[in-house]
Design a protein around this ligand. Structure first.
Ligand SMILES: Nc1ncnc2c1ncn2[C@@H]1O[C@H](COP(=O)(O)OP(=O)(O)OP(=O)(O)O)[C@@H](O)[C@H]1O
Ligand SMILES: [Mg+2]
Length: 232
């Protein structure tokens, strides 16, 4: 399965999501490849390098992909791994457009802030462009990420309302929610996923639980089918 974390807004949680899904998939015994396709920052690659240098197991194989043959390279690599997780930068890019053509699942971490909501039109445009090169449908899976932990806030419900109001076909809000928690940034700094943090406190346990929910929703409730490349 080729999973893409991609959007056109920076700092929404794409790389954190990719890293944690990669850890969970590898811990489930799958051969996972992390693809860093963020030509600006390479955060996923840096995180995986830190993980490798620290000797954390399972070690995650990673590669940097840039440029116009990204889609072809992804398809070639998909034959060699059980799963590929590709992380793009927070902007429209050649890599994002190509990944959208070949991915089986497209995870879009976002919060229902106005600036992020405004990106939905652009995401819709990118989806429509990609559909011209695909035989199978692709849905954008909006992941409520960096959500407020305040009990009176329900960022997911707000996001769902926004999608409904705009009649955005081709996008749906995932059930899972990733809240803003220190556990994510602490794990990131250690080259770990949240489920690997030593001595988990309450906040870490909550993060582990939400990453588990996301993992199951992405890998086990798969409704995407397989992708056929029509043209690169
Ligand atoms: N759920 C979260 N809780 C706390 N901090 C988070 C969470 N998600 C992300 N962060 C922090 O926010 C910053 C941005 O996260 P991340 O790098 O995953 O975003 P991104 O969408 O990949 O950004 P970019 O578009 O720049 O690539 C990181 O420093 C990360 O530690
Ligand atoms: Mg990133």
């Amino acid at each position: 399965m080729i999973i893409l974390t991609g959007s056109v807004k920076g700092g929404t949680g794409k790389t954190i999501t990719a890293a944690n899904l990669g850890v969970e998939r590898a811990r489930a015994g799958k051969q996972v490849l992390l693809v860093d396709a963020d030509a600006d920052q390479g955060n996923l690659n840096d995180w995986a390098a830190a993980r490798s240098e620290a000797g954390h197991e399972p070690e995650l194989t990673r590669v940097l992909l840039r440029g116009r043959d990204t889609a072809q390279q992804l398809l070639r690599l998909a034959e060699k791994f059980d799963d590929i997780i590709i992380d793009c930068g927070g902007f429209d890019s050649q890599e994002l457009r190509q990944a959208l053509v070949v991915c089986d699942a497209w995870v879009i971490p976002m919060k229902p802030s106005q600036f992020q909501i405004w990106t939905l039109d652009k995401l819709d445009e990118l989806r429509n462009l990609a559909m011209g090169f695909r035989q199978s449908e692709i849905d954008g899976w909006l992941l409520t990420a960096r959500a407020s932990t305040h009990p009176s806030h329900d960022d997911r419900a707000v996001l769902e309302e926004v999608v409904a109001q705009r009649s955005l076909v081709g996008f749906r809000v995932l059930k899972s929610v990733i809240h803003e928690r220190a556990a994510y940034s602490i794990a990131e700094g250690m080259g770990l996923g949240v489920s690997e943090l030593p001595r988990p406190d309450r906040g870490v346990r909550a993060a582990i639980s939400e990453i588990g929910d996301l993992y199951r929703e992405v890998f086990e409730d798969d409704a995407q089918g397989t992708t056929t490349l029509v043209a690169a």
